[in-house]
Design a protein around this ligand. Structure first.
Ligand code: GLN
Length: 313
């Protein structure tokens, strides 16, 4: 990115950030009290170009748990550890149109609809190589660090414990899936693996780099390290496009048109293949569990910079 262009992008991102910072964050609901409540005013927007240029506006160094955004990167490991064919046999790539924690499955193919909602993400977590939870979580963490180019990423144990305490839904999902033969192994271990990935904390800046790594075909733009094989990047990014925003995925594809994934901490990662990764963080959530400011900002960001992947050139 040329210097003049870099400055122009910076100004536009600052303006967008300021505009949405001022929109009412008091109208929204949060899933993760109590701290989500106190963090409601936080708002960070970071963009990383595949050439390593980075922009930051607002709260880009505040750590937050990845939550469902982790599903993207764990799915990559499931693909790597089991191959595409076996992974697709176990979890589909069809949008479900149901909320993220829905207890519904693809009855025809006998598998969860996709890896971007909880049922499919739990199966993906169960597919990560490792003899026990510790090995699996180490593998996940090590890989997330490569995506972010940040060796400090870690599981926030307090958040993990909190999630493990209020986790009937994920346990229930797993038990039903095991009774249907969709998942095997120790359910508590599967859930702990999944929730550990959800409890890895990053900043908006980290998240933009993780997105940029996917945009760059799996290679971290700062370190040059490969986080995932190129052949899997296409599978990961296309399932983000069709299923990444829960039951608002269709609307997002229509209005924003950038592959993305959201999480209930109010985070969104966007991947514009060959160009950018964006990381957005703002805890206020809409009815789908997507960040209110994040969605509004991305809609305008896409329009301002002409980023919709199906827009006219
Ligand atoms: N950790 C959360 C859960 O599974 C993640 C959900 C989400 O971000 N939608 O309950």
């Amino acid at each position: 990115v040329a210097v003049g262009e870099r400055e122009l992008v910076r100004q536009q991102l600052d303006e967008l950030h300021e505009k949405y910072r001022l929109t009412g964050d008091d109208e929204v609901v949060s899933y993760y009290p109590p701290e989500a409540e106190a963090d409601r005013h936080l708002f960070g927007l970071a963009g990383t170009n595949v050439d390593g240029t980075q922009w930051q506006a607002g709260d880009c160094s505040v750590p937050f748990p990845l939550h469902s955004v982790s599903k993207v990167f764990t799915y990559g490991l499931a693909l790597e550890d089991n191959g595409t064919e076996e992974t697709l046999r176990r979890v589909g790539v069809e949008p479900s149109g149901d909320p993220f924690n829905s207890i519904t499955f693809d009855e025809v193919h006998h598998r969860p609809h996709n890896p971007m909602i909880n049922a499919g993400a739990l199966v993906a977590a169960s597919l990560v190589a490792g003899k026990d939870v510790d090995e699996k979580v180490d593998r996940i963490l090590e890989r997330y660090r490569v995506y972010a180019g940040n060796p400090e990423l870690a599981v926030d144990q307090r958040i993990l414990r909190q999630q493990l305490r209020s986790n009937d839904r994920n346990l229930g999902l797993c038990y039903i899936m095991r009774s249907l033969g969709m998942i095997d192994g120790d359910i508590e271990e599967v859930v702990e693996t999944y929730l550990s990935a959800c409890s890895i904390t990053v900043t908006a800046a980290d998240l933009s780099v993780m997105g940029a790594t996917l945009a760059k075909g799996g290679v971290n733009p700062f370190t040059g390290e490969r986080a995932v094989a190129r052949e899997h990047v296409r599978s990961i990014v296309s399932v983000m496009m069709s299923c990444g925003m829960y039951d608002a995925a269709g609307q997002w594809a229509n209005e924003v048109g950038i592959p993305a994934k959201s999480g209930v901490s109010g985070d969104i990662v966007c991947v514009l293949p060959r160009y950018f990764g964006f990381g957005v963080y703002s805890p206020g959530l809409d009815v789908h569990g997507n960040s209110v400011r994040g969605v509004n900002l991305c809609r305008e960001l896409s329009a301002t910079f002409g980023l919709h992947v199906f827009a006219d050139p």
